[in-house]
Design a protein around this ligand. Structure first.
Ligand SMILES: Nc1nc2c(c(=O)[nH]1)N[C@H]1C(S)=C(S)[C@@H](COP(=O)(O)O)O[C@H]1N2
Ligand SMILES: [Mo]
Length: 393
């Protein structure tokens, strides 16, 4: 039963995790870790439609990943005798199986711990999160594939056995031990039961539902007070700018005076073009309701107004760019420079946003101007934009 839930849930977490890597744009060297040798995925240009694509895939990765933790723990608990099997190795085939279990359990626990600590901003380790989470994923995937191949028949047999319904009807007092098996999973001399299987499954389901709810609350505004596990649940703006702030201006070293004398520099054409914010506001405005979806699973949908990136490209003299480099006023660090694909520049809703929900962007949300592109991972929606360089190749 637990196995069946994991067999459906874990592949979703795996696939959405790998998709997130692709969404970051490994072809531009901006996915982490950068150099993965022959573990390179067959990547493609991340689409801009549907605009909620990254919101859904990354929300599932983090939310489902969290909700499955109680199921994983219960499953591990149910196979505890295996960890103490003696002698540890009986045959080469069995040695291989046990090695796959080390990869499976070790890899999965590692992914759970690093993933959870990342969304809590608890970087208490001496290595890069993305590198560790990426390689940990492959260790886990290898163990998972081998384990499913070996155990699938056992799972199908036990689900077909029809014992589930009978078990769920039993109270603690009626609970009988499993019949002896030859896998070494059943206790030889079990103590009297203290809870029923029904209570155990109920506790697991309840724990999963609670964790899933706190994850859902980081993407559904109406549930916001329930986002108790998200650090982003604590940091918002005011009025029309009242939504999650990933990193504040002061955290990024952006002075409150950034608007004074600020200009946007566009390059790539015959001559650079420089625009003030007033000149941008005088251009044909475009409004779009689009999400910001962070790699940490939270997301928020707001209504943005600004200038289309493709209009800026045309103005710069590069109406058909192949890529665009966006430079933030935040000069150093992973957010300083982002590469967008052609499709991300030319999408009719791709914006250099100046306003949100009818008000000027707040300093924390990227004033004087920020990028908002449909289905783009949140991290690439650069705040405090200083320059855009449109490239034809
Ligand atoms: N210059 C700059 N741009 C940035 C960031 C940043 O720290 N610095 N954070 C990014 C991340 S990780 C996300 S999820 C979004 C969040 O935007 P918000 O803080 O307006 O919600 O901005 C992105 N743009
Ligand atoms: Mo983010």
């Amino acid at each position: 039963m637990l196995a069946a839930v994991l067999l459906v849930g874990l592949p979703i977490v795996i696939v959405t995790g790998l998709l997130s890597y692709i969404a970051y744009g490994p072809q531009f060297g901006q996915a982490f870790p950068g150099d993965v040798a022959w573990f390179r995925l067959p990547f493609f240009d991340w689409p801009t439609r549907p605009s909620w694509l990254y919101r859904l895939s990354q929300g599932l990765h983090v939310g489902l990943g969290l909700a499955l933790i109680p199921v994983v723990l219960a499953k591990l608990w149910s196979v505890v005798p295996k960890f103490f099997a003696w002698p540890p190795v009986r045959s080469p085939a069995q040695a291989l199986e046990r090695l796959s279990l080390v990869a499976l359990v070790g890899g999965l626990l590692f992914e759970i711990v690093t993933g959870t600590m990342n969304i809590q901003y608890d970087y208490a380790w001496g290595f890069d999160f993305y590198t560790a989470h990426y390689w940990g994923a492959w260790v886990f995937i290898a163990g998972f594939v081998v384990h499913v191949a070996i155990k699938l028949p056992t799972m199908v047999r036990s689900l077909r056995g029809g014992s589930l319904r009978r078990y769920l009807a039993q109270s603690a007092a009626e609970t009988e031990p499993e019949p002896p098996d030859d896998h070494g999973l059943v206790a030889v001399a079990p103590s009297p039961p203290t809870t029923s299987r029904r209570t155990l499954l109920g506790a697991v389901a309840g724990g999963s539902a609670l964790l899933g709810l706190t994850a859902l609350a980081t993407t559904v505004d109406a549930l916001r007070p329930l986002a108790v596990l998200s650090p982003r649940g604590q940091s918002y703006g005011d009025g029309p700018n009242d939504f999650q702030v990933n990193r504040t201006a002061s955290g990024a070293g952006i002075p409150p005076t950034i608007g004074e004398g600020w200009t946007l520099r566009l390059t790539g054409g015959a001559a650079p073009v420089t625009l003030t914010r007033d000149q941008l506001l005088a251009m044909p405005p475009h409004t779009a309701t689009l999400p910001i979806a962070c790699v940490e699973g939270w997301s928020t949908t707001q209504t943005w107004t600004g200038v289309r990136l493709r209009d800026l490209a045309a103005l710069a003299g590069v109406p058909e760019p192949a890529t665009a480099f966006v430079q933030s006023a935040e000069r150093a660090g992973p957010f300083a420079r982002v590469t967008l694909t052609r499709g991300q520049v030319l999408d009719p809703d791709a914006l250099l946003a100046l306003r949100v929900n009818g008000a000027d962007l707040s300093l924390d949300h990227g004033f004087p101007a920020r990028v908002i592109v449909p289905a783009l991972p949140g991290v690439h929606n650069t705040k405090w934009v200083a320059a855009v360089d449109f490239r034809v190749a």
